[in-house]
Design a protein around this ligand. Structure first.
Ligand code: SF4
Length: 357
């Protein structure tokens, strides 16, 4: 039996390049490079690895005019939409748009109203989407003093102010993010803003830490919102290789049955009944199937006592015996295999299942 289906809140669709966000589009997975954008070769290499891992939109930091100039070559060399991340300087935003980006992310909290208007006007002319990135770290001073700090209500009011400015200029190709490193604040802010507008929401926990810490915070923050039906595009922020952000993002989407992309590997924690090296097996299978886009539920179970039964929902799996294992599909045992053959046999069988042979 499949898990419950989450009903997503309907938002107004926009396009970032060819990728639709909001409306009936699937939740889009984004990431951000951690290279120096001026180093075109390293940046493109990292984006290619992110593309292979399933990243659907990429954002790069644009701190100066050299970085803005590099966008031309970066854009030419990649296959997914490119977003320029701009702070403070409206000239950089305009230059990035001239250089072919598909979207820009600005934080109106650190750009004056007049300069923001200039960005909006040029983005409108060039039909480029804008993410309004409200950040707890750069809220307007009057809001901080009225709300006593960067609360969810302060984030929401800041976002509503920006929306008003954009709408007054007839600009609607907007997505919103209300970021905080405080998970509860970020959840409450997105819940509240989703009641007040129908613009698509980009959700994520900012400054979430290294892999394990970020996976925990992001799973809670992004996961709770997705379970509420909120969120049109997500980014998991990790201090480390951004490729791992994409894996965690798809893991969250799979866990909630929001999107079925990639291998869903389930494995038991092992116990005294286990007589195979399940830790090594799960690591190796995960490594060999990294980047696979097709959804398959793969079970790696330590023993036959509970293995095939507990993993009956799996498309394919192995249940360990004494340095051997039973290969099973949909709970039915197919054949016995030796431990040293586990990974090769499983990977071959998975590929055959994807090809339909
Ligand atoms: Fe233990 Fe077998 Fe359950 Fe794994 S599947 S936890 S080895 S009983």
């Amino acid at each position: 039996m499949e898990s419950e289906t989450i009903r997503r809140k309907k938002t107004r669709p926009i396009y970032v390049g060819s990728v639709k966000i909001g409306g009936d589009a699937p939740v889009v997975v984004q990431s951000m490079t951690c290279t120096d954008t001026r180093d075109i070769k390293s940046t493109v290499e990292q984006i290619k690895r992110l593309e292979d891992a399933g990243c659907e939109i990429i954002r790069v930091a644009v701190p100066d005019m050299d970085a803005a100039a590099a966008l031309v070559d970066i854009k030419k060399s990649i296959g997914i939409p490119l977003i320029a991340d701009i702070h403070f300087n409206h000239i950089l935003a305009i230059e990035a748009i001239k250089n072919g980006v598909d979207g820009i992310r600005i934080n109106p909290g650190n750009t004056s109203k007049d300069k923001t208007k200039k960005i909006i006007s040029f983005a409108k002319e060039k039909d480029v989407a804008i993410r309004i990135g409200i950040n707890a770290g750069s809220l307007e001073k009057d809001l901080l003093s009225r709300y006593g700090g960067p609360t969810s209500a302060a984030l929401v009011e800041s976002a509503l102010r920006s929306i008003e400015l954009f709408e007054d200029m007839g600009f609607y190709s907007i997505k919103l993010s209300l970021k905080s490193s405080n998970v509860a604040t970020m959840i409450e802010a997105h819940r509240a803003i989703s009641e007040k507008t129908d613009y698509p929401l980009h959700i994520g926990v900012t400054e979430a830490g290294s892999l394990v810490n970020s996976a925990i915070k992001s799973s809670i923050g992004i996961g709770i919102l997705l379970y509420d039906g909120i969120g049109d595009t997500i980014r998991v922020s990790i201090t480390g290789d951004p490729v791992s952000e994409v894996g965690v993002a798809y893991g969250i989407l799979r866990a909630l049955n929001v999107r079925k992309v990639g291998p869903d590997i389930i494995s038991c924690p092992t116990c005294g009944r286990c007589e195979i090296d399940l830790f090594k097996l799960s690591e190796e299978v995960e490594r060999r199937l990294a980047g696979m886009k097709e959804y398959l539920k793969i079970a790696l179970m330590g023993c036959v006592v509970n293995g095939p039964g507990e993993a009956a929902e799996a498309d394919i799996g192995i249940a360990g015996g004494r340095h051997t294992g039973l290969l099973f599909k949909k709970g039915e045992v197919v054949r016995k295999i030796k431990e040293e053959e586990f990974v090769d046999v499983l990977v071959d069988e998975v590929k055959n299942m994807i090809r339909g042979t």
